[in-house]
Design a protein around this ligand. Structure first.
Ligand code: GLU
Length: 483
């Protein structure tokens, strides 16, 4: 099945839409992993022949995003290469050459129907309960009729002449053998009336000319393959290996869509999902390194080492945000503290937090990072560090502060503070032990009022860490209020 003798050359062929869809990132990632795993080349080709869908800056944005996520290309618009240009819009003449060849060999033909005529055709077919497709009527035009219409410069397209009463069969590495009767395949438009190629022609021509060995892309393209095979055969070209990766699904098993959450990679990055965890999570959407493999965490290098197409599953892959959150939380918990601090600064700034004291930010992060599923949750966890007054989460908590025993604790603690320079997580614990011995108050009765007095809440980061970050002045001030 593997094309051992040929050099592995794969491509990611996006149509730039202005943002990178999660599914596109997965396709790009699988291509990259496969290329690196097999020592081949990863190519970026921009499929921008649909002039109506052009978005300014989309390609630059895409390349920037891929690069920052660690998905690299060996050939493409930036690096160049021997098979360029890598923008389809710069290859229009090439496609024209092959559509001419297809016409000359009798595998394609001119068709002159107006949009109204096509509309009429579709309506009739619907009325008759037939499959709506081009009824192949222009196949019957005589050579003279065609030449006459061309001379009159009538608007026209070029269509593929699908061989009738036949069957197209192909093998997909992931989906297995697929076969389809040619009679239900449309005479696909290859060149549109504006002279631009359709996806189908341009895609086949480029995959051939760029010597692509394996086509790895989303399952939504599998229905196009029969048309492509007919074109490959008509031009006498070898068909690359095909691997259609499963759809990404919402948790209700519908196709991942904007309506049920974010689909743009940028949105996830903005929310503070780390690049490493996003890549890790996306790699596992439809790929699993092997039965019984319990491992969930992979670096890019490990992914490269383990990735094979054989381990890509055929059925849809559910995009489970809870799992992504869990994974991201794990990455955040274990991330290098300095790097995490740097990445977190924008989220501190967002909530107006003074970021001049980096050491303090780092300490705060060490206290709160276990709670973060993503970095944009930072603002809600740092309120306790930025305010000077404590707001009680609810009024009932007040009773814990008003009791005689908590007053005793607060008093003893502030008294102890007077004899030390500054507190840190370590000496705070010792001091608290002393307070316990002195007052005879321990456990919940000791800790709970303190936590509530300092944070206004019953839960939160570890108190010794909070104490170190607050410092003794602030703690004393907050406690004095209740003494
Ligand atoms: N331009 C298509 C896309 O936007 C490429 C599909 C393919 O890889 O053939 O995904």
């Amino acid at each position: 099945m593997e094309n051992n003798k040929k050099e592995v050359r794969v491509r990611f062929a996006p149509s730039p839409t202005g943002y990178v869809h999660i599914g596109s990132l997965r396709t790009a990632l699988f291509n990259y992993l496969f290329a690196r795993h097999s020592g081949g080349k990863n190519i970026l080709r921009i499929e921008d022949t649909d002039q109506t869908r052009k978005v300014e800056g989309a390609v630059e944005n895409l390349i920037k995003n891929m690069k920052s996520l660690g998905v690299e290309f060996d050939e493409g618009p930036v690096q160049g290469g021997n098979y360029g240009p890598y923008y389809q819009s710069e290859r229009i003449d090439i496609y024209r050459r092959y559509s001419d060849e297809l016409i000359a060999k009798g595998f394609a033909y001119y068709a002159f129907e107006t949009p109204d005529e096509l509309d009429e055709m579709r309506k009739m077919q619907q009325l008759e309960g037939k499959q709506t497709m081009y009824d192949r009527r222009a196949r019957d035009l005589s050579e003279d009729e065609v030449q006459d219409k061309l001379k009159k410069r009538l608007p026209h397209v070029i269509r593929l002449k699908v061989p009738l009463n036949d069957e197209v069969r192909f093998n997909d590495v992931i989906k297995g053998t697929i076969k389809i009767e040619t009679n239900i395949i449309d005479d696909q438009i290859l060149i549109k009336s504006d002279g631009f190629p359709t996806y189908h022609l341009a895609n086949v021509v480029d995959d051939h000319l760029m010597q692509i060995s394996h086509i790895i892309r989303g399952e939504e393209w599998v229905t196009s393959v029969p048309k492509h095979i007919i074109i490959y055969n008509a031009l006498g070209w070898e068909i690359p290996e095909m691997a259609h990766v499963p759809l990404i699904l919402n948790s209700d098993k519908s196709k991942l869509s904007k309506r049920q959450g974010d689909v743009a990679v940028e949105d996830y990055l903005k929310k503070g999902y780390l690049k490493e965890s996003l890549i890790n999570f996306i790699a596992l959407l439809g790929w699993n390194p092997g039965e019984g493999e319990e491992q969930e965490f992979y670096t890019m290098d490990e992914l490269i080492r383990k990735f094979t197409l054989e381990k890509v599953q055929a059925s849809g892959a559910v995009f489970n945000v809870e799992k992504l959150n869990w994974m991201n939380n794990s990455y955040i918990k274990n991330y290098d503290p300095d790097k995490l601090t740097e990445m977190s600064l924008p989220y501190f700034e967002q909530s107006g937090f003074d970021t001049s004291d980096i050491a303090k930010i780092k300490k705060i992060l060490s206290a709160i990072r276990v709670y973060l599923n993503k970095l944009d949750e930072i603002p809600q966890h740092i309120k306790i560090f930025s305010r000077n007054e404590v707001e009680l989460e609810n009024e009932n908590l007040k009773e814990f502060l008003d009791s005689d025993s908590s007053k005793k604790v607060f008093k003893a603690l502030t008294e102890k503070f007077k004899s030390i320079n500054e507190i840190n997580a370590e000496n705070y614990k010792t001091i608290l032990k002393d307070v316990q011995n002195e007052t005879g108050i321990k456990g919940k009765q000791l800790f709970k009022p303190l936590r509530i007095a300092l944070t206004g809440s019953e839960n939160g980061p570890e108190l010794p860490l909070i104490a170190e970050i607050f410092g003794k002045e602030k703690i004393s001030k907050l406690l004095e209020k209740w003494i």
